[in-house]
Design a protein around this ligand. Structure first.
Ligand code: ADP
Ligand code: AMP
Length: 219
């Protein structure tokens, strides 16, 4: 009877809380870099080769924008087109839910690549408030890429991506947002010795070789 009750309760306790209470917090790598630096491309490669789950803040926001009945659809749409950073409450909730759903489905899935987050001070504060003590941030994987190369890649991607922000006008704004808001966050983590930088302007295979060396060393 008691055993069944415990099993019942533990099924209901969100796996994030369960993990924290067991001292087995989810492990997080933040993935940052300019728009088009190749974050998504490299995360896919990592997922193929390591036991990480890829969560892209941008993808989660685009999914939420498309979700029928979403109260934030229009707001997210405006922010994305303007290359601005969506308010943190929305993004952090989507990330937290996605982490919980992943661990709920498979308890062995507790390593996350969080791509495109934290993009600014607001994001970082939101993370510290909501996730403090609930996840271990291992390091920041920083894809360092020349802005011109980034723009060129996104324009190329824009020919087939259907994204509302892969055009020159949105890209200029996204680069500005990156330089003004995201670079300082990377610098902040640099001071903590938590940034692993990759030269992302080379070919996909060359970049991945460097990523692999970093992940193998960190494991
Ligand atoms: P991000 O997630 O950083 O915005 P993506 O991974 O979506 O960037 O890459 C942007 C575009 O550039 C995609 O069309 C992708 O195929 C291409 N790309 C990614 N990495 C490289 C690379 N190392 N060299 C050339 N093109 C790349
Ligand atoms: P990405 O797919 O990473 O290129 O992001 C596309 C757009 O989604 C950005 O220009 C922002 O408008 C929005 N976005 C992505 N990540 C975040 C985030 N961490 N916080 C707020 N907005 C974000």
């Amino acid at each position: 009877m008691f055993g069944r009750w415990v099993a019942d309760v533990s099924r209901k306790v969100p796996s994030l809380l369960k993990r924290v209470s067991l001292g087995m917090k989810p492990q997080v790598v933040f993935v940052l870099g300019g728009p088009g630096a190749g974050k998504g491309t490299q995360c896919s490669r990592i997922v193929e080769n390591y036991s990480y789950t890829h969560l892209s803040a941008g993808d989660l926001l685009r999914e939420e924008r498309a979700r029928e009945g979403s109260e934030f659809g229009q707001l997210i749409d405006n922010y994305i087109k303007e290359g601005q950073i969506v308010p943190v409450q929305i993004t952090i909730n989507l990330l937290k839910k996605a982490m919980e759903a992943t661990m709920e489905k498979d308890e062995t899935k507790f390593r996350f690549l969080i791509d495109g987050f934290p993009r600014n001070e607001d994001n970082l504060q939101g993370w510290n408030t909501v996730m403090d003590g609930k996840a271990d941030v291992k390091f920041v994987l920083f894809f360092d890429c020349d802005n011109k190369v980034c723009i060129q890649r996104c324009l190329e991607r824009g020919k087939s991506s259907g994204r509302t922000d892969d055009n020159r006008e949105s890209l200029e704004k996204r680069i500005q947002t990156y330089l003004q808001s995201t670079r300082p966050i990377i610098q902040l983590y640099e001071k903590l010795g938590k940034v692993r930088t990759v030269d992302a302007s080379r070919s996909v295979d060359e970049v991945f070789a460097e990523v692999k060396a970093i992940l193998d060393k960190e494991a």
